[in-house]
Ligand binder design. Structure first.
Ligand SMILES: [Zn+2]
Length: 286
């Protein structure tokens, strides 16, 4: 039994002090574009108003999707199924301990994900989301992004980086998504936000193809756009990517898409290309 990767860890505890401020690198120019042409309509000082204010840089630590927008995505998202369960007698968790566990395959639009969680007696009173909640969150992720998440492990043992005042509720990397105990049972909206962010980290791998040039290109887009989608996005390139992917997913094909493109044209330019490249591949990870 494999351990979770716990690759990229994200701290979603809003009680923590703010992350260090975003410092734009120099040398990339100010107004311009990563494809050599100025992105039309780019106005870093512009802010959306009315029902589209949520595409503006978030004043909160994290980009926080609205319930109504998540529900809109869910209304047209594919349904998912859990396959037959297998009882594992000695599943090894991330800290090396072994207990029994339940394993099955989760399928969404042909995308198959290995799913493991502790049995209820092992999970005890840990605040872990239900299978149904996890399915509801995963199925609103665009399939071309979801294929990058190949294993989901629900852990009753807290992440090793968890402290009394710092709880890591999820981590991702290398196709793994690990979910850890929450402070309290998460609402669907809270879980959606966490899992959308984490699965975006898994999407980094096919999007960037692990090349430094691709990472540098995203950094260039950050600098050209000037502003960040949230305070947490200013932490580093990976967090900026994960936070922006959430915003992009929520705004695409809505009446706020144009506002998003006006504020973050260079990130949108790259995301459009990742999306087109991803859609060109079959929507399965078999
Ligand atoms: Zn993150």
């Amino acid at each position: 039994m494999s351990r979770g990767s716990q690759g990229i860890t994200c701290d979603f505890d809003d009680r923590l002090p703010g992350q260090r401020g975003y410092r734009a690198q120099t040398g990339f120019g100010r107004r311009g574009s990563i494809d050599g042409q100025p992105q039309s309509g780019h106005d870093p000082g512009y802010r959306a108003s009315g029902t589209c204010v949520w595409v503006n840089p978030s004043p909160q630590q994290l980009f926080t999707p609205y319930y109504r927008d998540l529900q809109r995505l869910r209304a047209t998202a594919p349904t998912g199924t859990f396959g037959a369960e297998t009882r594992l007698d000695s599943h090894e968790w991330h800290d090396g301990t072994t207990t029994n566990a339940i394993a099955c395959t989760l399928t969404i639009a042909g995308c198959q994900i290995d799913f493991t969680r502790p049995t209820s007696s092992i999970a005890g009173s840990a605040n872990l989301p239900t299978n149904a909640q996890i399915m509801q969150s995963l199925r609103i992720i665009p399939i071309y992004q979801l294929v990058a998440t190949q294993r989901v492990v629900v852990n009753h043992i807290p992440h090793r980086g968890t402290r009394p005042n710092r709880r890591i509720q999820a981590s991702a990397g290398s196709g793994d998504l690990d979910i850890f105990p929450f402070y309290s049972m998460p609402s669907q909206t809270v879980l959606d936000a966490r899992l959308l962010h984490e699965c975006a980290h898994n999407f980094q791998t096919p999007a960037w193809k692990n090349t430094p040039e691709s990472v540098a290109q995203w950094d260039m887009a950050r600098n050209l756009d000037v502003i960040a989608p949230s305070r947490y996005a200013t932490t580093n390139t990976q967090e900026d990517f994960a936070e922006f992917v959430m915003l992009y997913n929520m705004a695409l094909d809505t009446n706020c898409e144009r506002e998003m493109r006006r504020i973050y044209p260079n990130r949108c330019w790259l995301m459009d290309r990742y999306r087109i490249a991803g859609l060109a591949r079959p929507a399965t990870n078999n």
